[in-house]
Design a protein around this ligand. Structure first.
Ligand SMILES: [Zn+2]
Length: 383
C-alpha cells in the first residue's frame, strides 16, 4: 500500500471507531470524502502528549478501536499504557523469519516479561515463527547461562550488551543468531559478538505503541522498515517534511487493527538515507537521538534547552511548564524544583526566566515533588 493509500485506509477505517483519531480529524475540518491532500494536514499525535490524552479518557485515551480486546496490556515510564494486539506479534514474527529465526531455534529471551511489553511481544512472535522460547527475562546472569546451556539455546533476543555479558560468563554458549538492538553503541557490541563468538546479530527499531517495525539486513546491517509502516521525517518545529535524507522527527502511521497509529510522533530524531542498499531495498534508518521538545507559546518557540538554561541559572533541580489557553490568550505556568541552595526571590526568578526563555511566565512556583533533573513541557491547549 502506498503512503497516501495507507493514510486514506486508516482514516476511512478508523474515523468512526477510534475517538482519538476522530477528534484529530475533526480539528482539521476533515470530513468523509475530503480530498487526499487533507490527510497530510492531520495533526501529529506526539508520544509526549500521551500522558495527557490518556488521563483525559482513561485508560486508553480513546485510542483503541470499537470492540478491540488487547491480548495483553502494559505500562511504560510516565504511566503510559500500551496494548498488545495480534498484528504486532505477526509483524515481528515476519521480521524474525526474515532474519533467519524459525523451527530448530531454541531462543533465550532476555527481555523482561513484566509490566513493559518487549518480553511477551518477543515470546509470542518467536512462538509464531516456530521457535522454542526460553523465557529468561530479568533473571541473573548465572541462572540464564545455566538455563541456556541446559536447553541448548542457539539464538537470543534482547539487548546486545546483555548477550555480551552472558558470553563473558560462559564463552561456550552455543548462541549464534541474535536479534539484539535498541541501545546506543549497539553496532560495536554486535561487531564484537560476531568476531569473538560467531554470533550474527540483527539490529531492530520499535517503540511500545507500535511494536517492532524495522530490522537490519544481512547484506549491509542497515535498518529497513517493515512494509506495513508509513514513515515521515518532519521538522519538529513546523511539522513540515524535511528534504529526502534530512534530519527530523520520525512520524509513523501503522495499521495495527484495534490500535492504529495515525501520524504518531515518536520523539526520535532520525535520518532516513534514501539510497539503495546492497540488499536491494531503499531507505535506511539511522536513529540519532531524541528530538528536543519544544512548544510554541505566546507566539514564541520555547525549547527544553532554554528551560534547562533557566534551571541552571537559578540553581534549580528540575522544571515543568504548563501551557494553557483562555480567552484566546496563552497562559504559561512554571514549576521549579529547588536545588540544594534556596531559590532566589520572585523578581529574580522572573528576570532569569525572561533572560533564558525570552518569554514572561505568568507564575513561577517551587515544588519539591518534581522528579529531579526532569524537564517537562505540558501543553494543555489541545484535546
Ligand atoms: Zn539493506
Amino acid at each position: 500500500m502506498s503512503g497516501g493509500a495507507l493514510l486514506r485506509h486508516l482514516v476511512d477505517t478508523y474515523a468512526g471507531s477510534v475517538p482519538e483519531i476522530a477528534s484529530r480529524l475533526a480539528a482539521t475540518g476533515w470530513a468523509r470524502g475530503s480530498a487526499d491532500d487533507a490527510l497530510g494536514r492531520v495533526p501529529v499525535l506526539r508520544k509526549s502528549e500521551l500522558a495527557r490524552v490518556q488521563a483525559a479518557h482513561p485508560p486508553w485515551g480513546g485510542m483503541l478501536g470499537d470492540g478491540c480486546v488487547p491480548v495483553a496490556a502494559f505500562m511504560s515510564s510516565g504511566g503510559i499504557v500500551e496494548p498488545l494486539v495480534p498484528r504486532m506479534v505477526e509483524r515481528l514474527a515476519e521480521l524474525l523469519r526474515a532474519a533467519g529465526f524459525g523451527p530448530g531455534h531454541t531462543v533465550l529471551n532476555g527481555f523482561g516479561y513484566h509490566v513493559t511489553p518487549a518480553g511477551l511481544l518477543f515470546h509470542e512472535a518467536l512462538a509464531h515463527a516456530g521457535c522454542t522460547v526460553l523465557p529468561g527475562g530479568g533473571q541473573n546472569t548465572a541462572i540464564l547461562v545455566d538455563y541456556a546451556q541446559a536447553l541448548g539455546a542457539n539464538a537470543f533476543v534482547g539487548i546486545a550488551s546483555h548477550l555480551k555479558i552472558l558470553f563473558e560468563q560462559q564463552p561456550a554458549l552455543s548462541i549464534r543468531l541474535a536479534m539484539a538492538g535498541a541501545e546506543p553503541h549497539g553496532d560495536s557490541i554486535r561487531a564484537a559478538l560476531l568476531q569473538q563468538h560467531g554470533v550474527r546479530s540483527v539490529d531492530m527499531y520499535g517503540f511500545a505503541e507500535a511494536g517492532v517495525i524495522a530490522a537490519s539486513c544481512a547484506e549491509a546491517g542497515a535498518l529497513h522498515f517493515h512494509a506495513d509502516a508509513l514513515t515521515e521525517v518532519l521538522d519538529p518545529e513546523t511539522d513540515l517534511g524535511v528534504p529526502a535524507g534530512g534530519e527530523g522527527e520520525l512520524v509513523v502511521s501503522l495499521d495495527n487493527p484495534g490500535f492504529p497509529l495515525l501520524r504518531f510522533g515518536t520523539g526520535d530524531r532520525v535520518r532516513i538515507d534514501p539510497a539503495r542498499c546492497a540488499c536491494g531495498r531503499s531507505g535506511s534508518l539511522q536513529v540519532l537521538g531524541r528530538v528536543d521538545p519544544s512548544v510554541r507559546v505566546k507566539g514564541m518557540l520555547l525549547h527544553a534547552s532554554q528551560l534547562r538554561r533557566f534551571v541552571a541559572a537559578v540553581g534549580g533541580a528540575a522544571v515543568r511548564i504548563e501551557v494553557t489557553r483562555h480567552d484566546d490568550r496563552d497562559g504559561l505556568a512554571v514549576t521549579l524544583r529547588p536545588g540544594s541552595a534556596p531559590l532566589p526571590g520572585a523578581l529574580a526568578l522572573e528576570a532569569a526566566f525572561r533572560e533564558a526563555c525570552r518569554l514572561r511566565a505568568d507564575s513561577i512556583e517551587a515544588d519539591l515533588a518534581l522528579t529531579a533533573d526532569s524537564c517537562v513541557i505540558d501543553d494543555r491547549r489541545r484535546g
